[in-house]
Write a protein that binds this ligand. Structure first.
Ligand code: SF4
Length: 83
């Protein structure tokens, strides 16, 4: 299992869970490819815009691509102002 980060969001890539649908390659062809067994491989973590990587992850039917963590939202400081 590996992780990639785009736009402050971390995604998990689980090749064992990949069923080879190719949806991720359709949405983010510069980021993802498939090997000879049709399992997902990461070509270039920064290959596509974050929106394309998000679309790829959301289209994955097997859960092989998943959201791992999002950037924390701005929290107010003790004076109640956003940092
Ligand atoms: S969309 Fe998911 S199941 Fe399909 S090839 Fe990519 S990682 Fe594998």
């Amino acid at each position: 299992m590996s992780e990639i980060e785009r736009g402050g969001v971390t995604f998990r890539v689980d090749r064992e869970a990949c069923t080879g649908s190719g949806s991720c390659v359709f949405h983010a062809p510069e980021t993802f490819d498939q090997d000879d067994e049709l399992k997902v491989v990461v070509l270039d973590e920064g290959g596509d815009p974050a929106s394309a990587v998000t679309a790829a992850v959301e289209s994955c039917p097997s859960g092989a691509l998943r959201l791992a963590s999002a950037a924390p939202a701005a929290r107010p400081n003790t004076q109640g102002e956003a940092r």
